[in-house]
Design a protein around this ligand. Structure first.
Ligand SMILES: O=C(O)CCC(=O)C(=O)O
Ligand SMILES: [Fe+2]
Length: 159
């Protein structure tokens, strides 16, 4: 878990919580003081729109370029939490074993005052199947910013 404290005007620019090395399959954000907003620019777009970014899961740069044409509170999903609210979202496709879900792009918008958020990341560690690149399987799931060791396949660990 990581606790973030922003001073007035502080922000966390558009980013992904997961990447090819860091398999954070699920993020839970806890809004400790109910100040500030989190923006998901690519969320809630029309799935029927074949040209829309979420149907292509485009490379990171293309997703960022698309998001930069969008505005908080007008586009996507802007979470304006009350104190004690939590938001959970997946960062990886295919139940946590796939590519980074480009729709998980998000930002902590400039804070109107002191903003306190706790972030929990649920990790999945991947091992290659016997047949090489295919068949990635979850090895274990842990909680924490950097789950380093796992007790064994299929077991759950808190870090
Ligand atoms: O502060 C926020 O609203 C977002 C925090 C965040 O994205 C993170 O901790 O990864
Ligand atoms: Fe984040």
């Amino acid at each position: 878990m990581q606790v973030l404290k922003y001073t007035e005007g502080g922000e966390f620019k558009l980013h992904y919580d997961a990447n090819e090395q860091e398999h954070r399959m699920l993020t839970v954000l806890l809004y400790l003081n109910g100040v500030g907003e989190t923006w998901f620019p690519l969320a809630l777009r029309d799935p029927a729109d074949a040209a829309s970014v979420e149907n292509q899961n485009p490379p990171r740069v293309a997703a960022l370029a698309a998001a930069r044409q969008l505005l908080p509170r007008r586009d996507g999903l802007t979470v304006a939490p009350k104190i004690g609210d939590a938001v959970a979202f997946y960062n990886l496709l295919d139940g946590g074993v796939g590519q980074v879900d480009r729709l998980s792009l998000h930002a902590g918008l400039p804070a109107p005052g002191v903003k306190s958020v706790a972030a929990l990341w649920y990790h999945v560690d991947l091992k290659q199947g016997d047949d090489g690149a295919a068949g990635l399987t979850p090895l274990a799931v842990g909680v924490g910013p950097a789950a380093k060791s796992y007790p064994g396949q299929g077991e759950k660990a808190a870090h």
